[in-house]
Design a binder for this molecule. Structure first.
Ligand SMILES: NC(=O)c1ccc[n+]([C@@H]2O[C@H](COP(=O)([O-])OP(=O)(O)OC[C@H]3O[C@@H](n4cnc5c(N)ncnc54)[C@H](OP(=O)(O)O)[C@@H]3O)[C@@H](O)[C@H]2O)c1
Length: 287
């Protein structure tokens, strides 16, 4: 039995689908008991609980061999994950696959990268087998620009002229399901990237090409974006991470791209062009 946490999230939901398609018994750890009402599959079980409630974690891990560990970024996530790790150790779970992030480091200027590094350290120091998946930024983050592009042929972000090896969540989820099912990924750290590193200006050029019209990237300064988020009542740690995240990645294209996604999938990772084409209706005016 595999326990999928963060099962209602972007990656978790796709991982559940992959595991069920493989015929693997899956238990989802969810806060909302109706969250999987749309999935009818005898191999799917629900465990209701939260990371704060260790009793609910104890019930959820009964008979579980492996856990996919995912949370929403937040200042409590290290202790939330620590609860799962401790209960998993006590209850005889064999292996945790942790969704971490490219750039996870205790010295990162970005809080979520430091939190991921801390949980990685706790897992390395535990009795459990572990695997870390460290994806670069999701291509699907770009979908938040859909309305801006559709209505104004522009999108604004504080990403400077940095390169990003964006990766498609469909590939991340497929990798996660494979790593959860196969037995040869213990103590491995996989850095999941797309096949190329690109700037946001180049993303605008791809969109312009697909839609045969000029679409522009409006470069915001990180400070300007940070202040904008604070004035919208975004918590200051989150505002800082979103405004300055480009600083978490190396600058040159070569050191951004890895082969891990291709090797694990046994096919090329999806390109930015494939992603933009697959989701092009999101960037199109609805009239
Ligand atoms: N976005 C990116 O570009 C990117 C890139 C690399 C790595 N990552 C990492 O990916 C992780 C997030 O994965 P995701 O995008 O798939 O998740 P997501 O869509 O943000 O969903 C978060 C999941 O965690 C669950 N959750 C939140 N708080 C919980 C709690 N207290 N108890 C139990 N469950 C809780 C949520 O359940 P509910 O539905 O009940 O809220 C949801 O299922 C983060 O650690 C992030 O750093 C993100």
């Amino acid at each position: 039995m595999i326990l999928v946490t963060g099962a209602t999230g972007k990656i978790g939901r796709l991982v559940v689908q992959h595991l069920l398609n493989k015929g693997v018994p899956v238990r989802v750890f969810v806060r909302n008991e109706r969250a999987f009402d749309d999935v009818e599959n005898p191999s799917l079980e629900l465990a209701i609980g939260t990371f704060e409630d260790t009793k609910s974690i104890e019930k959820a891990v009964e008979g579980v061999d492996r856990i996919f560990l995912v949370a929403r970024d937040n200042p409590e996530q290290v202790s939330q994950h620590d609860n799962v790790i401790k209960v998993a150790e006590q209850c005889g779970v064999n292996h945790i696959v942790k969704l971490s992030a490219f750039g996870a480091s205790r010295n990162s200027p970005i809080a979520l990268m430091r939190w991921h590094a801390e949980t990685e350290k706790q897992l390395r120091n535990s009795k459990l087998n572990w695997t870390f998946l460290r994806p670069h930024l999701y291509m699907q983050n770009l979908l938040r620009f859909g309305t801006q592009v559709a209505t104004g042929s522009t999108f604004s972000a504080p990403m400077g002229s940095h390169n990003f090896a964006l990766v498609d969540i469909r590939d991340i989820a497929e990798v996660a399901a494979k790593v959860l099912v196969d037995s040869d990924h213990v103590s491995k750290v996989y850095t999941l990237t797309g096949p190329s590193a690109i700037t946001f200006k180049e993303i605008a050029e791809h969109l312009s090409d697909i839609f045969n019209q000029s679409i522009n990237y409006n470069q915001l300064s990180p400070e300007e974006f940070y202040q904008m988020l604070l004035s919208n009542e975004t918590p200051s740690w989150r505002a800082y991470d979103l405004a300055y995240i480009a600083e978490a990645y190396p600058g040159d294209r070569k050191s951004l791209i890895t082969n891990d996604t291709n090797i694990l999938l046994n096919r090329p990772a999806r390109s930015i062009r494939t992603f933009l084409s697959d989701y092009q209706t999101t960037f199109q005016s609805k009239q």
